[in-house]
Ligand binder design. Structure first.
Ligand code: CAO
Length: 425
């Protein structure tokens, strides 16, 4: 059995005879609404207030529309309540929630709304003064209006106030979680993991927090795209192994990373957009070639930089990788060895994986992820041959670099790695 219940304007703390304007209707006929779900937004001279439904049901009729002036007690809509049991249950819940309430079950029934309307204004969601368009814009960006002070008359919030707020929040030095809170971006709910089994809690180190904050900032602020490709490094690997044999007695070992760093510096010269940084209104092109490489250390992840790679030979690059890796792992690296990079390489090749999405190391605009090289059967127009294929994942800032340019950069890099004689051209 179903019942129709009329929901009327409750006491929202303004004089009962004073007219208030409906500035937004949040439901339509046929909608199913839940108890406490917002149904209209009205505006008094102090604030916009969202009025919620006082029970669950289906909207059968709406008495008002945006722009109407209404007073306390004006009908808002008719709700079809599915089942008497549900109705009694919702009234019981309400009585439980109402502190010091003298509402009794007998007074509920079909006139339930009269009692429900006696809720204190504090139980309604109060929104700062703003127009429906402004609130819609804020909702689209996930901005919490309660954090914004409006610049218009009566502190009314404008679209420009929201833009300024987002800009300032993103530029602020606050932590990522603070920013999320200000912008109203929902943070993961707190979970009591102990409910499911035993746990151990270890506080995050300062370094981990700094790394996390930086990665989060870069991930959120830069539109990332990743281009995945493979380089045939069979010949290069044979050359590397033979050179390493020759230099064994000297204790010099060249890894693929050294060849990659040099090849990237050559590609950066051919594709200068990859060696740029985005200022507010400008693109800054760098005429130096400093390449960073990610090192996995106990405390986390750091990216030392090798300067002026274009002027270095492969053996010197290999020596520098070794020197900086040792310094980093022994906590001896200096801050100046971690700055000034133009492009970064993150190599997981000695560990595994077939591809991944590296996060751009801002203010750089691209990063190369390297996965494990593997022998694969490759077709040479006559037969399949076993070739050592190196997966390359190039993440780039799509505001500056288009997909086609990224594919060209990766292809160029692959050409050099496939036949390293090209590095001499
Ligand atoms: N495919 C197959 N083998 C590879 C390879 C690849 N892509 N890259 C390296 N290898 C091989 C090396 O050639 C070397 O083999 P040999 O002993 O036969 O010469 C072996 O793996 C070990 O290499 P390495 O790790 O000592 O040297 P590297 O120059 O390749 O890398 C460094 C140095 C510092 C980058 C690496 O040790 C490291 O820390 N990698 C992790 C980086 C990281 O965590 N990135 C993720 C960032 S995002 O969270």
């Amino acid at each position: 059995m179903s019942d129709i219940v009329k929901i009327t304007v409750p006491d929202i703390g303004v004089e009962s005879s004073k007219e208030i304007q409906v500035i937004e209707t949040l439901v339509s006929i046929g909608d199913t609404v839940k108890n406490q779900q917002g149904i209209i937004v009205v505006e008094s001279d102090k604030a916009s207030i969202e009025i919620p439904a006082t029970m669950s049901g289906k909207v059968k009729f709406i008495y008002i529309k945006t722009g109407d002036k209404i007073i306390q007690g004006s009908p808002i809509l008719d709700l079809e309540i599915e089942d008497l049991e549900i109705k009694i249950q919702s009234s019981k819940n309400l009585i439980k929630n109402e502190e010091n309430s003298d509402v009794s079950l007998e007074k509920t029934g079909i006139n339930l709304q009269n009692n429900l309307e006696s809720k204190d204004i504090s139980s309604y969601e109060k929104l700062p003064l703003s127009s429906p368009t402004v609130r819609k814009f804020a909702r689209e960006l996930g901005v919490n209006l309660n954090h914004i002070k409006g610049s218009a008359k009566n502190n009314r919030i404008t679209i420009n106030d929201i833009r300024e707020f987002v800009k300032n929040t993103l530029n602020s030095k606050s932590t990522a979680s603070n920013r999320n809170d200000l912008l109203g971006i929902s943070i993961l709910p707190k979970i009591d993991f102990e409910k499911f089994g035993s746990i151990e809690i270890k506080p995050l180190s300062t370094m981990r927090k700094i790394i996390g904050d930086k990665l989060h900032r870069n991930w959120v602020n830069i539109p990332h795209i990743t281009n995945n490709d493979e380089a045939d490094i069979t010949d290069l690997e044979n050359f590397r192994v033979s050179i390493n044999k020759e230099n064994e007695k000297l204790g010099i070992k060249i890894t693929i990373l050294a060849f990659l760093i040099k090849a990237v510096s050559i590609s950066l010269k051919e594709y200068p957009e990859f060696n740029s940084s985005l200022d507010e209104n400008n693109l800054i092109f760098k005429k130096y070639y400093n390449i960073g490489f990610a090192i996995d250390i106990k405390k986390g992840l750091i990216v030392p930089v090798i300067n002026n790679v274009d002027r270095m030979g492969i053996i010197d690059i290999a020596k520098k990788i070794k020197e900086l890796s040792e310094k980093a792992r022994n906590s001896k690296i200096s801050p100046s060895e971690l700055e000034g990079g133009c492009f970064s390489i993150s190599s997981l090749g000695n560990i595994g994986g077939t591809s991944f999405t590296p996060i751009i190391n801002s203010p750089e605009v691209a990063i190369l992820g390297v996965s494990k090289a593997q022998y694969k059967p490759m077709w040479n127009q006559e037969k399949f041959l076993p070739r050592l294929m190196l997966p390359l994942s190039l993440s780039y800032d799509h505001r500056i670099i288009d997909g086609a340019l990224a594919a060209r950069f990766n292809s160029n890099l692959i050409k050099i790695l496939t036949d390293y004689r090209r590095a001499l051209l």
